[in-house]
Design a protein around this ligand. Structure first.
Ligand code: NAD
Ligand code: DAU
Length: 348
């Protein structure tokens, strides 16, 4: 039995974690808090919304009084913390929002956990979900390991790095039981269409230009989102207190190669002549401070806890495209209003 607080459960990765936990652990109480920013979408959670072991609360992780009340009301003994501002481009235009949510929000949760659990830390856990971007950018070779030095380059990664440091500081200083994971780029269903893969799928559908930053040679290491959720489950249940684990699928792609795969698959699915979608590729001004290459070495997670990705990329990307094509109304509801304003500003 656990009373788990999942933060950011209405977002892309969070909704897959919530669904996995609610379905797999009927004896746990899963409390999902999310303040439903532009990135939070309760539609993502329709299949679990009436489950007896699930509760959604609209709450801001920076709201100390509300967080305290939630810990007390539900006897929270475990935190799985995903809530964050997560888009690098937005962090470049609004770094303060990132510092507020990612640093102050994490600190608010950590401090409440410390206060609530101070008399007995047994069976308690604060699990912080972080990113490989905290390590900065790699050259042509090598991988990020758990002990790679932090070298964040964007306001987003600087705010995530800071939050990671606070988590470890609470472990070292107050003895808070913590776990940290740093994961590579996720892809899959329910991702907000400001991120590369859903953005490009949507633009192809609407025959809009595909804005490739710079020369398109930056490399990312892609993991199917459900495999990330499975890894979170494994780490929470088997991870060693105070440890960090890297999560990734050894699946590096240059942006341009990945985009060509998407174009090819979309031509297939839409029954268009080969090469149609590629004609939409449009090279645009590079992202400021654009990290060149990310690549995660997740051997520790495999060797110590037995986790491996379940899906090959070739299968995952087809599943992903199928999901977006089967859920056109999901996309249509999102890409109106605020999103249009963001899009026009970002891509002028
Ligand atoms: P997302 O932007 O899709 O979702 C974030 C969620 O947090 C949204 O539902 C949003 O409403 C909520 N949120 C934002 N501010 C909040 C606040 N103040 N209070 C409560 N809720 C708030 O992000 P994601 O891609 O699902 O990422 C989830 C976590 O995983 C983040 O911590 C991110 O840094 C990390 N991560 C993401 C990736 C990736 O590829 N997407 C990879 C590694 C790590
Ligand atoms: O590595 C993990 C990180 O992956 C997470 O921590 C972040 O939350 C998540 O957003 C993601 O960050 P990226 O910046 O790598 O993801 P994004 O989808 O924004 O971009 C992927 C690559 O594609 C990157 O090199 C920039 C490029 N790109 C992106 C967009 C949106 C383009 O070329 N054109 C675009 O329009």
């Amino acid at each position: 039995m656990k009373n788990i607080l999942i933060t950011g459960g209405a977002g892309f990765i969070g909704c897959h974690v919530v669904k996995l936990f609610v379905e797999k652990y009927p004896d746990y109480t899963i409390v999902n808090i999310d303040n439903l920013t532009y990135a939070g979408n309760l539609e993502n959670l329709k299949v679990v919304e009436t489950a007896p072991n699930y509760k959604f609360i609209k709450a801001d992780i920076c709201d100390r009084a509300h967080i305290k009340e939630i810990f007390e009301t539900y006897g929270i003994d475990t935190v799985v913390h995903l809530a964050a501002e997560s888009h690098v481009d937005r962090s470049i235009t609004n770094p303060f929002e990132f510092a507020q949510t990612n640093i102050m929000g994490t600190l608010t949760l950590l401090n409440q956990a410390k206060e609530s659990w101070k008399d007995d830390m047994t069976g308690k856990m604060f699990y912080h979900i972080s990113t490989d971007e905290v390590f900065g950018s790699l050259g042509d070779s090598g991988y990020f390991l758990e002990d790679t030095s932090y070298d964040p380059q964007s306001p987003y990664s600087a705010s995530k790095a800071s939050s990671d440091h606070f988590v470890r500081a609470y472990h070292n200083t107050y003895g808070l039981p913590v776990l940290v994971t740093n994961c590579s780029n996720n892809y899959g269903p329910n991702q907000f269409p400001e991120k590369l893969i859903p953005l490009f799928i949507n633009n192809i559908l609407n025959e809009k230009p595909l804005p490739v930053y710079g020369a398109g040679l930056n490399i990312r290491d892609w993991l199917y989102v459900v495999d990330h959720a499975r890894a979170i489950d494994v780490v929470l249940h088997k991870g060693k207190v105070g440890e960090t684990y890297n999560i990734g699928g050894f699946n590096e792609w240059s942006n341009i190669d990945l985009i060509k795969v998407i174009c090819r698959e979309m031509d297939n699915k839409l029954q268009k002549p080969a090469g149609t979608s590629e004609k939409l590729i449009s090279y645009v001004t590079d992202r400021a401070g654009h990290d060149m290459r990310y690549a995660i070495d997740s051997s520790k997670l495999k060797e110590e806890l037995g986790w491996e990705p379940s899906l090959q990329f070739e299968e995952g990307i087809v599943k992903t495209i199928d999901w977006y094509l089967d859920n056109l109304d999901w996309m249509e509801r999102i890409v109106s209003g605020d999103y249009q304003e963001y899009y026009n500003k970002q891509y002028k």
